[in-house]
Design a protein around this ligand. Sequence first.
Ligand SMILES: *[C@@H]1O[C@H](CO)[C@@H](O)[C@H](O)[C@H]1NC(C)=O
Ligand SMILES: *[C@@H]1O[C@H](CO)[C@@H](O)[C@H](O)[C@H]1NC(C)=O
Ligand SMILES: *[C@@H]1O[C@H](CO)[C@@H](O)[C@H](O)[C@H]1NC(C)=O
Ligand SMILES: *[C@@H]1O[C@H](CO)[C@@H](O)[C@H](O)[C@H]1NC(C)=O
Ligand SMILES: [Zn+2]
Length: 587
Amino acid sequence: MVVFFFLLLFPALLSPGQVLQTALMGTPAISITFTPVLDGTQTPRLNVALLLHTPVTSPNNFLIELPIAIGNVPTQAYNTTNPILAEDDLGNLELMFKDDPERQLRRWHATRPITGNVRLAFVAIPRVVDNDTPIGPRLDLRAFGNGLLGAGLSVLPLPPDVDSTYRIGLCWDLSHTARKTIFASSFGENDCEELNDKLQALQMLVFAVGNSLQRHPAKSTSPDFALFYFRQSGHIVPFDVPTLSHYIRSLHTHFSAFFTPSIREPYHVFLRPSPRAFGGAGFKRGFMLEYHEKVDVTTLELQDLLAHEIVHNWPIMDFSQNESLSAIDAKAENTWFNEGIATYYATFLPFRLGLESREDFVAKVNRALQAYYTSPARHLSNVEAAKVMWANADAQRLPYFRSTVYFIRLAYLLHEERAVSGRGATLDGLVRKLLDRRRHGLQHDLTIWQSLVSHELGAGIAQQEYAAMTSGGPDMLVPQARSLEYVDLQLGAKQQEELQLGFATSSFNSHIITDLLPDSRAQEARIREGDQIVEAKTMYWQVADDLGRNMTLLLRHTGHADVFNISYWPRAKQKLQSWQVLDRKPT
Ligand SMILES: *[C@@H]1O[C@H](CO)[C@@H](O)[C@H](O)[C@H]1NC(C)=O
Ligand SMILES: *[C@@H]1O[C@H](CO)[C@@H](O)[C@H](O)[C@H]1NC(C)=O
Ligand SMILES: *[C@@H]1O[C@H](CO)[C@@H](O)[C@H](O)[C@H]1NC(C)=O
Ligand SMILES: *[C@@H]1O[C@H](CO)[C@@H](O)[C@H](O)[C@H]1NC(C)=O
Ligand SMILES: [Zn+2]
């Protein structure tokens, strides 16, 4: 039985010629075969065969590891019920696993010394979600009709040296799928793709397969860019796909020319329906957009989200490989930089590149600024925010916007420095330097970022700016009034209403209003403690990001049969000190 199982799972690994060939030249090699089982008779699943060429086990003797959960989203977390099977050149290899609760990692080691190549086989099973599933990072494997969509990070256990460059092979075997099944990943659309990249590229892999999977535009007209979505009966994609695809392609082309002018890479976007959410997740060479047709999305919100996810393709700081840092510190550092820089460029770049009207641009700057100053979490430090980010929606969003102010400040300090000394770098220049280091496999963490900033502004200012952004506390980070003069805008202080939903954000998960705040606008809008949330037409982040946005819900009072719509302004009655674009630039 076991042997039979092995033969079934290892079909593509019997002749690992291409991997051996390159591995002999010194680069470690890994080769993966995805065999989706989508024959319509059983639950969709993904069989994975993974070959590690003569793996060097880490100092702690771990062979492979996989996060147990990413934020509040469980991964595949293979266990004794759904084990990872292994063999090496000597035959069957028994693996044992042990969890590292602090780093939220499951780690596997071999129970005897390894000889030669290791072949692993395991089965990834799609996560079942419903309307009650809390919203979290969009990395889990899910089934859509007779299809699958997922990300490497939650599916692939990998050797721990994800920062090392590997010869990576990814192949697809469609022998267990229905006719007309197509597949795609952020690596490409060929049966086998080979890539020389950091192992991390496999974590940042996003993929989809299915016979209802659609590609837009057709491959013949657009070999390098595509939008993929599932067409299922009785299910509506609430976007005009050609328009959306065209828009994303144009943004990507322009952003790509801005960040890496000399490189052209394929880019693949994946849509996935959700039981209730609207949002995105950025990957390498692609992103995922999640939608629910009942969530009301404005054009500007959608455009802003798309720009944010596309920017994630480039400027990345990575601190997670630094062993001297606790997991939570590394997460806090990665989050403020990566989300902050994505928010910053999503706000500024479309306008700077001539892709957005001035009116939309000003609206986006104002939205981003108020999102920080009116956030109930505004005084948390980045580490405090990282600790609670998946239980506290305000804490999750805080680093996005406080860091945006940090980058606005930094861009202006660099500008002033250049005005005085007649030379020096721009913020774009520093970001490109970090990006170049990442591309060349060099360290690209906070230490490097701070040394880049210090080189321009001195260590004192670099440290002061960083501390003011990261430490939270009562003092808010404020932009310089003239910091946006280069786009002909003046900033000024303004009183604005604090975000106040008026009930617990966890009510969106339980679908029952709890902790209703007396005298809040929510209460004045007829919401009662214990009301059932039949439908949320607005996501919490939409009202958090936009001072002018109402929360719209379809509710039912307890004991009543009929449902009713409400729309209210989820803001407190007291105002806070905020910063906004002044209506008119003073002369
Ligand atoms: C293995 O994981 C599955 C899915 O999370 C779970 O249902 C099962 O109970 C686990 N088995 C063991 C022995 O922990
Ligand atoms: C790890 O982080 C510490 C603290 O920030 C820093 O001093 C050190 O240089 C980093 N080490 C590496 C290898 O990045
Ligand atoms: C709620 O509003 C929607 C439009 O947003 C409308 O289609 C629906 O009929 C309304 N429901 C009730 C019960 O008023
Ligand atoms: C927004 O909510 C306020 C009450 O808080 C209400 O007066 C207003 O009509 C709502 N606007 C829309 C567009 O529904
Ligand atoms: Zn993001």
